[in-house]
Write a protein that binds this ligand. Sequence first.
Ligand code: FAD
Length: 328
Amino acid sequence: MSQKYMNDISVILFAPSGFDRAAQGVAGEGRRLADAFGGRLHAVILGTPDQASANAIAAIANDITVIDDPRLADYQPELYLQALTQVLRPLAPRAVLMSNDTYSQELAPRLAHRLGGSAVGDAVEIRPSDQTLSVRRSVYGGKAEAIIELKRSPAVVWLRARALAPATPRADDLAAVSRAECQLSITNQLHLVERVVAATGETRLEDARVIVSGGRGIGGPEPFRDLEAVAALLSGQVAASRAACDSGWVPPSLQVGQTGKKVAPGLYLAVAIHGASQHLAGISDAKVIAAINIDPDAPIFKHCTFGIVEDYRKVIPLLRERLASAQR
Ligand code: FAD
């Protein structure tokens, strides 16, 4: 492994996602770490980024490598791994950072193995350490935290990136862009059967700035219309607990928690949600949690910034009316 680059950090970004909140968080953490080690930040982009994203990344990274090959147009884990291994091996970075989307979760451990490094997922913080890096991550559905020392380089880490601070862009000295030519051998090819495109016009739950979330205590599908109205007045999205999704009141895609989406809004309003650890595991990155629950002993009150002990059927209409009149 080349000593020359041992203080450098690489971040992997996916061009179709643009420079979204997750990419900003990964790049921000990468910049912070590279500065702490006195190294360079190298961005590896799969696909060709749009101009605005390319400019934004160039103002944060020191170097950019674009891997754009028609054979990588659809997600192909084996080919992605071949390409990333070929680009990253000569760079020999101390760490490779990715966000915690489903692609990264599949690619990161395999990439770490191919590069002879170590891997850890769901990190909320990375700290320089005497070894290679130490990573803080929540465990047991958010009930405890583990600090993990990664001793082998590169440390391949996928992060809860949406909660991480973006980097301050440089005004000049923009990163140079190079294009990688990769040798790809098509083995274990994934066959795409169907592509289902999510409804347009809505922000992804993971990127929503305000979320109004309903639990089993809501009592049925109709009250979710009232939560949708409140969410719309706050320019936010509706979500739900697993109990509400399992009841068939809202689609499973709205489930937040350990086995659902991990969200990081500025405001998460939990309506008639008990606050089980599996639900809390999905909202620990929210800046402000507010709760409405009829039970003063509901665990959600131990985790919220604001709480109202009341029947949600009294509070939600009032809230809706106040928000509507504030906008008139
Ligand atoms: P309940 O626990 O039934 O709570 C309903 C709440 O509503 C109560 O606190 C009650 O006081 C309140 N309430 C009732 N009526 C009113 C009213 N009129 N006004 C105000 N408040 C009222 N859960 C998730 O959410 N996400 C996950 O990803 C997830 N993953 C899981 C993974 C595993 C492996 C397991 C075992 C469980 C998982 N769960 C998950 C389920 C979790 O343990 C809880 O069962 C679930 O979160 C409970 O949902 P709830 O709070 O909506 O319902």
